[in-house]
Design a protein around this ligand. Structure first.
Ligand code: HDE
Length: 696
């Protein structure tokens, strides 16, 4: 056990009063072996509290190299944040192959069953800056770096299988439109503003992705409960040199789960780091999130028969058309030691692939292939960023690339070129090195968009019609929310015009809630909109798992609560796989009915019910009366109800519900019936929704 002890103060020329004024406990330290504090040159430092002054009231001396060493380094601590995907959570883990794809690829990571390959996974929002909140309505980036035996493979995907645009040349405009408006510097991380919707109104190819972004997919409950998609088609190449197309999918073991918009808004206020904290708490507690890696494999001949072009990144391949084949699992089991060194400095690039995998001609992917390396050069400052530990391959690597800023390697010998006859140990080409797929390219050069990319509405319609009625209502209300934040009426009208091409009923619902007097004209689609078969696999709600694993239950108590009831609910929740937090008016805890003290995990005002999947309210009559005067307690139960959560109550809890005017329904259960509570807590009370808000 480390214990606090005073260090010896033999070096104490410091002004004692100053050091106390700066904190008083400056020389308290945790026991152990402390190395000497030094400058970056290794010079031992005797005083880290006071800069060198000409006299006690005199100016600071320029010769103070210790002050300069420290402040100069500090001045340069920040590096440019990513232009997109700046805010993120990174976690280490491993990938284990369960099914070999040997028939299709030579890539060892996809052929060696049972092999565990280290990974570093970074899950991000797109639009907000590094210091923005975790929970805006936004796509989540899902980037995995596999440190394979044959070099690093980066699968840099998103939690949505399609993208807004079909050609890389449009990307800077898309991002400029969604990020904060340049004159006013806001909004920081929301798409609900004029410039975004202006751009979208002029970009019909974005309609499919817009449907996904307006759905509950962009409001994840936890980063452990999102899917991941490689988005583009890639190629696999086998030993005979034949290739096949592949799309990659990550599916979370905990199932999918989203929050409700009103809940999300409140989470953003209650805990800006909601997702980062959730991941940190889960992984450090040993609840390692896990995803299954699946592939969709298809030949050129099969692709030719699809009613869409798979090289168009605004299209997905329905699972019903090409089934998913599970081939492995990823487990994330270790948080970084240092956020900057790892999560910030990690440099993903879709061009990082390994022998046996190759690119397709998806024009968006082709554009991405150079963008990532380019951005790393300005972000990390030197072409040697691959030497930073989080970026370096874990297999041997060797070539004749040399020098550059921040070069950490010190090669010896006179040979720095290949081929050569002077060195017997310098690296040479190898027959098992990377080879591209055998593909013939013909045709006329030009700035062209394939005609097969012209259908912008059919899959948007398929997505909308595949959702449950609750999810369709959420899409409509998300559109109403976003467009209500748009000041320019012609932009609102243009979007509703596009919606008419997707689904007339959706367009009407949105138009009505926006207060339109008449329906705007729909733009004429370049191609007739097709009615594709609905794909239930595209729902979020349908993929919610009947489990409490990975979920969090909050129990509100106060002085006088019945400890036995609290324990029963707690034990049942933990047995069902959930974590539990006790919430009380004082963080020190509450004195229970039997006189014992129960320590709280959170204080009521700072731990609202939006942070939980279900809640229990266990109070004495007096406790309920006391809390009835606390707006935080009223909000606790009102919000839990409005966010469709299960609520367990005893008599005192019921009293608080009555005071809060929360009417009992099937999702509010007696605390004695712990089993009923557990089963209600595993889902949301969707039937309640129409009683708590008007859905378009
Ligand atoms: Fe990115 N994207 N992107 N992107 N992207 C970046 O690279 C870019 C696209 C994605 O956790 C940047 O290192 C272009 C699609 C993720 O560090 C940048 C285009 C998909 C991440 C860049 C796209 C993504 C990025 C910014 C259109 C899903 C975060 C910082 C041609 C398949 C990776 C960086 C991380 C990051 C460019 C479109 C996913 C600027 C030009 C489509 C998950 O290079």
């Amino acid at each position: 056990m480390n214990k606090i002890k005073k260090t010896t103060m033999s070096h104490k020329e410091i002004n004692k009063d100053d050091s106390l004024a700066a904190g008083g406990e400056l020389h308290q330290t945790i026991g152990g072996e402390h190395p000497k504090l030094t400058t970056n040159q290794g010079v031992p430092i005797s005083d880290n509290q006071n800069s060198l002054k000409a006299n006690p009231h005199g100016p600071t001396l320029g010769e103070d190299f210790i002050l300069r060493d420290k402040i100069t380094h500090f001045d340069h601590e920040r590096i440019p944040e990513r232009i997109v995907h700046a805010r993120a959570t990174g976690v280490h883990g491993y990938f284990e192959l369960t099914e070999s794809l040997e028939q299709f690829t030579t890539a060892k990571i996809l052929t060696e069953v049972g092999e565990k390959t280290p990974v570093f996974t970074r899950i991000s929002t797109v639009a907000g800056g590094a210091g923005s909140v975790d929970t805006p309505r936004d796509i989540r980036g899902f980037a995995v770096k596999f440190y394979t035996k044959e070099g690093n493979w980066d699968l840099v995907g998103n939690n949505i299988p399609v993208f807004f645009i079909q050609d890389a040349i449009k990307f800077p405009d898309l991002i400029h439109a969604v990020k904060m408006e340049p004159d006013r510097g806001f909004p920081q991380s929301a798409s609900a503003h004029d410039t975004f919707w202006d751009f979208i109104s002029l970009t019909p190819e974005s309609m499919h992705t817009i449907m996904w972004v307006m759905s509950d997919r962009t409001l994840p409950r936890s980063l452990r409960m999102i899917e991941g998609f490689g988005v583009h088609s890639f190629r696999l190449i086998n030993a005979a040199g034949d290739s096949i197309f592949v799309k990659f999918h990550w599916r979370p073991k905990l199932g999918l789960q989203s929050t409700i918009w009103n809940e999300t808004v409140k989470i953003s206020g209650a805990d800006q780091d909601f997702h980062r904290r959730d991941m940190f708490e889960a992984v450090t507690a040993g609840n390692f999130p896990e995803w299954e890696l699946s592939v969709q494999l298809f030949t050129q001949k099969e692709a030719d028969a699809f009613p869409f072009d798979h090289l168009d990144p605004t299209k997905l391949i329905p699972e019903e058309l090409v089934p998913l084949k599970a081939i492995g699992r990823m487990v994330l089991n270790r948080m970084p030691d240092n956020f900057f060194a790892e999560t910030e400095q990690v440099a993903y690039c879709p061009a990082n692939i390994v022998p046996g995998i190759d690119f397709s001609n998806d024009p968006l992917l082709q554009g991405r292939l150079f963008s990532y390396h380019d951005t790393q050069l300005s972000r990390l400052g030197s072409p040697n960023f691959n030497q930073i530990p989080i970026n370096a391959p874990k297999c041997p690597f060797s070539n004749q690339q040399r020098d550059g800023q921040m070069q950490m390697e010190q090669p010896s010998g006179r040979v720095s070129y290949e081929p050569n006859t002077l060195s017997k140990t310098s690296p040479r080409e190898t027959p098992d090195g990377f080879r591209s797929a055998k593909v013939t390219e013909t045709g006329e050069k030009g700035r062209i968009r394939s005609e097969s990319f012209a259908d912008h509405y059919s899959q948007a319609r398929m997505f909308y019609l595949s959702q449950t009625s609750y999810e369709q209502a959420h899409i409509a209300s998300a559109l109403v929310f976003e467009l209500s934040k748009v000041e320019h009426i012609h932009i609102r009208e243009a979007i509703v015009g596009h919606l008419r091409n997707i689904n007339e009923d959706l367009a009407k619902r949105v138009a009505q809630e926006l207060g339109f007097d008449k329906m705007p004209e729909a733009p004429v689609p370049v191609m007739p909109v097709q009615d594709m078969d609905p794909s239930p696999a595209l729902q979020t709600m349908g993929k919610m798992k009947d489990t409490l694993e990975g979920r969090m239950i909050g129990i509100l108590i106060a002085d006088g609560s019945d400890g036995a009831v609290v324990k029963r609910i707690k034990n049942a929740s933990v047995a069902a796989g959930a974590s539990v937090k006790i919430v009380a008016p004082k963080v020190g805890g509450a004195i229970l009915a039997d006189g014992s003290k129960m320590v709280a995990d959170g204080q009521l005002a700072g731990t609202p019910s939006v942070l939980f999947d279900a809640v229990a309210v266990i109070l004495s009559e007096e406790g309920a009366m006391l809390l009835s005067k606390e707006s935080d307690a009223i909000d606790f139960v009102k919000d839990a109800f409005a966010h469709l959560k299960a609520i367990a109550v005893d008599n005192g809890g019921q009293k608080l519900l009555e005071i809060a005017k929360v009417e009992r329904d099937g999702g509010i259960v007696a605390a004695e019936d712990k089993d009923l509570f557990i089963s209600a807590a595993k889902t949301r009370q969707w039937n309640r929704e129409k009683s708590v808000r008007k859905l378009p």
